[in-house]
Write a protein that binds this ligand. Structure first.
Ligand code: SIN
Length: 353
């Protein structure tokens, strides 16, 4: 296509991190180096880029521990605009590793079905490291974005291509810090060449056709009006005190709308916590159960609870799994179940606006 373009959007993270001490891989500040600086010299290295223009956009400059609606809102609106533009072939997004899986999951759910590639990438070492990993990850992400077989939201890190549905950060320090658990990565990048492992590349999200989000008007949700959904964990000696305290804020400026509980093992809950969660559910808070285990999922539950207009009357796909059958279970890990629950509530809110 004439004037074909690839957009590279920077949001911060360690890939854009800088330390005053060259080579210091720990005491740096994330989100300092502009995307234009990160991309300097790299475009010339991607042979597949011949004739394709690059647009570099600084969407945000944050440590991704602070990622949330303040960045997601504008990011979603920008992405939709870029992807709608016929000349844009693909979008690459740089992001911190700490919450990368959450943003990837959100984008996969909201943008699907998405044929044009949206490829997220990151780094474990700052740009000022003696041997940074960011430039290679960015090159790999560009290669994946430009490959004709790529579609939908993907994450590229340490030579692997991961689906947004399955990727989790599992290591604090290693360069290869991500895992796709039992599912495994969907491909790898070998010296600029993408090798798919034969899994579907489209739609890194969990969705089947039955999990449509409906129409969420993100412009209608200011940063403060994204529904408040908290994650709590069941553990030895757990109580219901934190849940009860949150319920007391029902008339405050940010009332609790949803709770995701990371249960033990197969989604089981300490009985005191479970009693408090049932009180929360009775008070109108949507409560979903999942597991705190790094691998596996609550056995027998639907891939994701139903979301959107089709779910208006039931709120969820109930599960018979685990001990707390009256609290629905999600197959997602806690932080992704939280995103899914926020989307579920937003889809519901959009219908009543
Ligand atoms: C961040 O998530 O922004 C900091 C950590 C990292 O990118 O590795």
């Amino acid at each position: 296509m004439p004037n074909a373009k690839i957009v590279v959007a920077g949001t911060g993270g360690t890939i854009a991190g800088r330390s005053s001490v060259v080579g210091d891989n720990v005491g740096y500040r994330a989100g300092e180096v502009p995307i234009a600086e990160l991309m300097e010299g790299l475009a010339a290295r991607v042979t597949a880029l011949g004739g394709i223009q690059m647009e570099l956009v600084q969407v945000a400059q944050v440590d991704s521990k602070d990622m949330g609606p303040a960045v997601w809102g504008p990011m979603l609106r920008n992405l939709q605009r870029w992807l709608d533009a016929p000349e844009v072939k693909a979008v690459v997004v740089t992001h911190g590793t700490d919450t990368l899986e959450e943003t990837a999951y959100l984008l996969a759910r909201v943008l699907q079905p998405q044929k044009k590639p949206v490829v997220l990438t990151c780094a474990m070492r700052p740009a000022s490291a003696l041997v940074p990993d960011g430039p290679q990850n960015l090159l790999d992400a560009l290669s994946v974005a430009l490959d004709e077989r790529t579609a939908g939201v993907q994450v590229v890190a340490a030579g692997w291509v991961h689906a947004a549905r399955h990727i989790s950060k599992i290591h604090t320090y290693r360069l290869d810090a991500f895992s796709s658990g039992d599912a495994g990565p969907i491909g790898c990048v070998e010296e600029g060449h993408l090798r798919w492992f034969g899994k579907a590349s489209v739609d890194a999200g969990p969705a089947g056709a039955g999990h449509a989000l409906g129409r969420i008007d993100f412009a209608a949700f200011s940063e403060a009006s994204w529904p408040r959904v908290e994650v709590i964990t069941s553990h030895s000696g757990a109580t219901g005190d934190a849940v009860d305290a949150m319920l007391l804020q029902a008339n405050g400026p940010r009332p609790l709308r949803g709770l995701v509980v990371a249960g033990t093992g197969n989604g089981t809950l300490h009985h005191e916590l479970e009693a408090a969660l049932l009180r929360a559910q009775a008070a109108g808070v949507v409560v979903w159960r999942t597991t705190r285990c790094a691998f596996g999922q609550v056995v027998g539950c639907a891939d994701v609870p139903a979301t959107g207009p089709d779910a208006a009357s039931t709120d969820f796909m109930p599960s018979a799994a685990g001990s707390s059958a009256s609290l629905p279970a999600s197959a997602l890990p806690p932080v992704k179940a939280r995103i899914e629950l926020m989307l579920h509530l937003m889809a519901r809110d959009s219908m009543t606006r």
